[in-house]
Design a protein around this ligand. Structure first.
Ligand code: ADE
Ligand code: ZN
Length: 324
């Protein structure tokens, strides 16, 4: 099987986290910014724990300054996506890094990113995200600019960052604002924290999708509830393994969740940080029992049905997955 040729939908991709190291280095050179400590001697991003990963990520983001920088980044990331057969992608991006929550500035960033996305062969949507460890106040600022610009390519709102900080309920106001603007909702949970974090997130933030959610497997009642409610998990196996949530794919719960009737999808999260890409994710899954070409089409249909986009786009893209 040529894995890069399988058509794919990716629901969980951080724009900043997808920045190829060479892209960040080139920008740093152009601007004369010192990137010491961000890259190792082979030019890869340096980190060795979840907290360090977040810190390196934020350091790399310091070089992304102007709307033009972000437009160039969207083009580079979507080009990479297309090379791996991705036909529909939803990109998380933090307003904190795009003008710090100033609405006029945010609109300029959005215009540059939208122009780049619309010029790409990949159908893309943006999911502005708040960063959990920046706190609930800042999350409200992000939600406000997201709500103000809902429509066009902005179709969702989400939350990433350090799951061990704050409680999900602290972000309810931000998510309420986004819901009122009719944005689709998703939040990271059950990645570094356990099932209770997933429960609190569903309860307080009323999201239809959970970023990761894999640690729900530790609570069979929660797994049954996720299946019954049709909550969609944005599972990123390579990310979980790189961050040492699981030792390897054999120990990863994606297949068990799926067998329990939970709606799972497959994404890469922050591919260069985790030395992965969509083709590599599919290739690795294909080596584990129960994953065939038909299963890939099935998870892509699940992803497309859960996508934060209009029905016409959904139906057009669903037709690309066999058995639609
Ligand atoms: N931001 C980017 N990648 C993330 C991850 N895997 N978990 C939480 N926040 C993130
Ligand atoms: Zn993520």
């Amino acid at each position: 099987m040529n894995f890069s040729e399988i058509p794919k939908t990716e629901l969980h991709l951080h724009l900043e986290g997808a920045a190829p190291p060479a892209f960040i280095r080139r920008l740093a050179q152009e601007k004369g910014v010192n990137m010491g400590g961000v890259f190792d001697e082979n030019g890869a991003y340096v980190w060795s724990s979840f907290v360090e990963f977040l810190a390196t990520y934020e350091r790399a983001c310091e070089v992304l300054k102007t709307p033009e920088d972000f437009g160039r980044l969207v083009s580079a990331v979507l080009e990479e996506q297309a090379a791996h057969g991705v036909i529909y992608t939803e990109m998380f991006l933090a307003p904190d890094f795009c003008g710090g929550g100033d609405l006029i500035a945010w609109r300029e960033y959005l215009a540059a990113m939208s122009e780049a996305a619309l010029a790409s062969p990949v159908e893309a949507r943006f999911i502005p995200t708040c960063v959990r460890h920046f706190g609930p106040e800042q999350a409200r600022v992000s939600a406000r600019v997201s709500a103000e610009t809902a429509g066009g390519l902005v179709t969702g709102f989400g939350m990433g960052g350090d799951e061990s900080q704050y409680r999900a309920a602290d972000f309810a106001y931000a998510f309420d604002m986004a819901r009122e603007a009719e944005l689709g909702l998703t939040s990271h949970a059950g990645e570094v924290e356990g099932p209770q974090s997933v429960r609190e997130t569903l309860e307080a933030l009323k999201v239809s999708r959970i970023g990761h959610g894999v640690r729900a497997i530790e609570d069979p009642a929660l797994v049954a509830e996720l299946a019954e409610r049709g909550v969609v998990l944005e599972v990123c196996p390579g990310s979980n393994i790189a961050l040492k949530v699981y030792d390897d794919l054999k120990a990863h719960p994606i297949s068990a969740l799926r067998e329990a009737g939970v709606l799972v999808t497959v994404s890469t999260d922050d591919p260069p940080y985790f030395h992965t890409d969509m083709s590599a994710e599919y290739r690795a899954l294909n080596k584990t029992p129960g994953w065939t070409r038909a299963d890939f089409d099935a998870i892509n249909r699940t992803a497309m049905n859960a996508a934060f986009c209009d029905t016409e786009t959904k139906n057009r893209l669903l037709a690309k997955f066999n058995g639609a």
